[in-house]
Design a protein around this ligand. Sequence first.
Ligand SMILES: C[S@@+](CC[C@H](N)C(=O)[O-])C[C@H]1O[C@@H](n2cnc3c(N)ncnc32)[C@H](O)[C@@H]1O
Length: 249
Amino acid sequence: MTAPLAQPEEASNLPVPARLDEVKGWFWPADQILFDWFLSRQNADPSGGGDLLELGAYLGKSAIFLGGYLKEGEEFTVCDLFDSPAEDDNNDDEMRRSYATLTRRAFEANYRAFHDELPTVVQAVTAVLPDRVRPASCRFVHVDASHLYAHVRADVETSRLLSAPGAIVVFDDFRAEHCPGVAAAVWGAVDARRLHVLCITQHKMYATWDHPEPLRTELAVFLAGREDLWHGVEEVAGAPLIRITGRKA
Ligand SMILES: C[S@@+](CC[C@H](N)C(=O)[O-])C[C@H]1O[C@@H](n2cnc3c(N)ncnc32)[C@H](O)[C@@H]1O
């Protein structure tokens, strides 16, 4: 289901953020640095291109950031239930507990404070995405919707189906105590040697369904020059995995 766009006069009552840190959400500085590095690298590649996709937008914090890297002719799709009901009781509980006051109007008002054009908004469960987004069309996919295992497992598969060659896929909350279902779904794909991890931060895993080189080596070179990010390398599932924290250890 795609609900109609919010009317401008309705949105005009909502507060207008002037800076990204005034938008409520979960998008931390180390991840902003990494989103910038991956997306700028893609944008600098004349042979590159592809669409952007976010599963789970909330009030738009990460979507607003992502939208800044959209190039002419590309599409940015954002999928969220916003104020629509979920399709199963567990997801409904999750929505009530964590996102009770969320509205699509508030997302759109925030997004419009930073960008002239809204992204393509799919107000629905993420399960509809394979029918709404072209296969193999996305160069960057941010998965940050439900934390429930069944949903995330499907989102992991959707990220694979919709990824263009060389695409970056980012999974939020891949290791936190409050969301074991995300960890099980995401690490399951890593353990099966299908999903290749590039790096992890405290909150997000950065990975690709494609060959991880030369991206991983270039990332290590970038990190070696950053005074503000600590990183270390550990072998996981037969491949080097870069761990990053937001400050030097
Ligand atoms: C953690 S928030 C997203 C945070 C956002 N990316 C940010 O950086 O602030 C998760 C979002 O997923 C949405 N959501 C939860 N279950 C969903 C589902 N099954 N399909 C689509 N969206 C869902 C919620 O409405 C909520 O807005």
